[in-house]
Design a protein around this ligand. Structure first.
Ligand SMILES: [Zn+2]
Length: 112
């Protein structure tokens, strides 16, 4: 059982009170013309996801409270939530520095 706290309205509950939205920080290929997006870019956007053992960054929706989406950092081995943060925000700098593998590559140029 996961215990989750919404960073927007403060509601706390079990995972059934929230909706899992998959991996966080997925960027749509940047183009206004779909013809300029390659098949590889479209494939990566739709299907390629990080699957780390350890620190992972996810999207969750507060179903029982405010209904807003938010981000959470969770350890996939212990299911412990490390942080909650806004849907347009990056995780705390400390967690970006702790990220490994493909997450470390993603955050490398975002850590200031
Ligand atoms: Zn909420």
């Amino acid at each position: 059982m996961l215990l989750i706290k919404c960073p927007v309205c403060g509601v706390e509950g079990e995972e059934c009170d929230f909706h899992y939205g998959g991996q966080a920080h997925i960027a749509r290929p940047a183009s206004t013309d779909p013809e300029n997006i390659s098949n590889e870019q479209q494939r990566d956007y739709l299907f390629m996801r990080h699957n780390p053992k350890g620190l992972h960054f996810e999207r969750w929706r507060c179903d029982r409270g405010c209904g807003k989406w938010f981000h959470a950092a969770r350890d996939t081995t212990t299911h412990e939530f490390k942080a909650y943060y806004g849907i347009t925000e990056l995780p705390p700098k400390q967690l970006m520095q702790q990220a490994t593998g493909s997450w470390a590559e993603y955050f490398a140029d975002k850590i200031k």
